[in-house]
Structure formats: C-alpha cells, structure tokens
Design a protein around this ligand. Sequence first.
Ligand SMILES: [Fe+2]
Ligand SMILES: [Fe+2]
Length: 163
Amino acid sequence: MSTTDLSFAATSLPAVALSFMNEVHHEELNLVHELLAQLDAEQTDESVNKAANEAISAQLAQWLAHTQAHFERENFLMQTYHFFAYPLHAAEHELALQQLSAVQSAWEQSTDRATLRAYIQTWRNWLQQHISTMDFVTAQFLSQFPIPNNLKEIDQLREHEDC
Ligand SMILES: [Fe+2]
Ligand SMILES: [Fe+2]
C-alpha cells in the first residue's frame, strides 16, 4: 500500500460496529493530523522554531496518552467479555505503543521533523490495517453484549475494575 494514499479525513477510516470505538479513532486521527500541520509549519527563526518544537512535543505526548487510553479500553473490554483473539489484538497494541514511545524518545533527542513525518505515514497505514482487521472483528464480537455506548461510562467501569 502506498504511504500517500490514506487521507486524514474522518470518513477515510473504516467504521466498526461500536460507535464509541469509531469516536476514539476519529479523535486520534484528528490529533495526528494536527501534529502533521505543526510539522509542516517549519520556522526559520530559531527562537520561534524552538517554541514550535515544544508545541510538537506536547502534541506528541497527547497522542501517546490518547493511544494508551484507547488501547487500554479495548483491552479491558476484550478481557471482560473473553474475546478469543484478545492475545493477538493486545499484542498489536503493545507493539504499536512501543514504536510510538520510541518515536517520541527519538524526537526528544533530535527534533527531526522528517523522521517524525515519515513515522506518521507508517502509522496512518497501520491504523487503517488495524481497524479493518483487529478492531473490526472485536467490535463485531463486543456488539452482542450490553456495553454502554459512551466513553465516560466505559472508563468508569474500567476504573472500578482497577480498584
Ligand atoms: Fe481501536
Ligand atoms: Fe485495537
């Protein structure tokens, strides 16, 4: 698949059977789209560029936190309802999170925009593939259970479970 094919429009993401999952995917895509816009707005003035890099770091941290919550929520539901492919799906999450963490560390070391931009294209392809396979089947499975179709309530259940 070409890395330039995929758009950052919400409509370009595959839809799954649970709307709260789609909502999270759209949020994540928007977050990364914003990051891409920040990367493209390169400044020649050094002090302005330093501030821009700090804004990129903050956006990257927000992306990582959003991804963590996104994956933990899906993992929690898969475990709660004993989804047969949980280990496989959770392993994809684990790997993706490790990569994103490594990319964040590399950015903090080098502030190399081209590297971060290239990773975003790889990630965009990964997201499409992950949603259309793992998330699609998972949502199909989970949709037979009475799961609250709103993020806040699911996160409350998750917090309750952690106690
Ligand atoms: Fe997902
Ligand atoms: Fe997933």
